[in-house]
Write a protein that binds this ligand. Structure first.
Ligand code: ACO
Length: 326
């Protein structure tokens, strides 16, 4: 018997406040033209001062439960990908469990920065396939604006806040074929030697006298992102014995339109088959893929039976991909 983990519902949340590139021009020495040309970003959402990552995660999770007509009691696992938790502990997953009256079951956070959602999806898939849980809320939620240096134009223009959620459910009737709905394969990597290309200055126990700000060697990260994304999409194709033509939608991490375009080109995919939200969301780290998926499902672009390739790269460097029949 093959057990497949099927995405049965999704939800998303974006804070009300929108910060445009024109607004950024008033904060740092930048231009709308520079930001759009280098990244494709036009605007991003910014959480209110008193709005926490858990508030966004809970809102996205509520929407996903509603979408799938689930109640809290139907869920037996929660995995949240985030690098911006409210506090060191308890985890955001615990806060979601409390807020949505989800009964005792597994609940924890995963920290793989912008690749976090792919990591969380992969872990949830393994739990479902080994019978540890049957229906897991997988959430990506970030308040990236809380860890930005608003004097550093090279980083502060890139990020935004938000949360996306899916429900991943066991399908025991799967035959083990490529045509089955569900997660078909996941691929996870990290290269710790590249940890100094993208990191935060404070937080945790390392440097807690310093503010916790994102630091990035953008050009180097960009170079590695293009290479690793190209390598991993090839790996997904080979592993599943498929060609780029078989893929209906690329659902990439939304860091930079140029990285997304390079991956689409590698797959010989038209940009019409790529879900793009970076223009309106900026880089929401672990939230970007579930937010993009939610938009694509709600707009009717992604339909049941479509084959989706998700991929992401983040600080670590970490990177990963998942092939999913929606
Ligand atoms: N406005 C105007 N000029 C700027 C800005 C800005 N906001 N930021 C930087 N510049 C200037 C720089 O000072 C530099 O000027 P100089 O040539 O006089 O020194 C020039 O623009 C070029 O700077 P670069 O950093 O080389 O610009 P680049 O073309 O590489 O674009 C960017 C920068 C957009 C950050 C790009 O490198 C990138 O997207 N990198 C990858 C980001 C990514 O994928 N991150 C992973 C996920 S994030 C996570 O895990 C948290």
């Amino acid at each position: 018997m093959t057990i497949r983990s099927v995405i049965t519902a999704c939800g998303g949340y974006l804070p009300e406040k929108i910060v445009t590139n024109a607004d950024m021009e008033k904060i740092v020495d930048t231009t709308d033209e520079w930001i759009q040309q280098r990244t494709g970003i036009k605007e991003r959402h910014m959480a209110a001062a008193d709005e926490k990552t858990s508030d966004m995660a809970i809102a996205a999770a509520k929407e996903a439960l509603l979408h799938g007509s689930y109640k809290g009691e139907d869920i037996d696992g929660i995995i949240v990908a985030t690098c911006t938790p409210d506090n060191t502990f308890p985890s955001i997953a615990i806060r979601v469990q409390d807020a949505l009256d989800i009964p005792p079951g597994l609940a924890f956070d995963v920290q793989a920065v912008c690749s976090g959602f792919i990591y969380a999806l992969s872990v949830a898939n393994s739990f479902i396939q080994t019978g540890l849980a049957r229906r897991i809320l997988v959430i990506g939620a970030e308040k990236m604006t809380s860890i930005l240096n608003w004097d550093d134009r090279a980083t502060c223009v890139l990020f935004g806040d938000g949360a996306g959620a899916i429900v991943l459910e066991a399908d025991e009737a799967a035959q083990g074929s490529l045509e089955d709905r569900g997660v078909l394969s996941t691929h996870l990597y990290a290269n710790g030697h590249l940890k100094d290309l993208l990191y935060t200055t404070g937080g945790g126990t390392g440097n807690n006298d310093k503010p916790d700000h994102v630091m990035m060697e953008g050009r180097d990260v960009f170079r590695h992102a293009v290479q690793y994304m190209s390598d991993i999409v090839n790996e997904v194709l080979e592993h599943n014995h498929i060609s780029p033509d078989d893929i209906d939608w690329l659902v990439p991490h939304q860091a930079n339109i140029r990285i997304i375009e390079a991956t689409a080109k590698k797959l010989d995919m038209s940009m019409d088959q790529v879900i793009v939200t970076v223009d309106r969301h900026g880089n929401t780290s672990a939230a970007s893929i579930p937010l993009a998926l939610n938009e694509a499902v709600r707009s009717g672009q992604v339909k049941q039976g479509d084959l989706l390739l998700m991929e992401a790269l983040g600080a670590g460097l970490t990177w990963g991909a998942a092939l999913v029949r929606f």
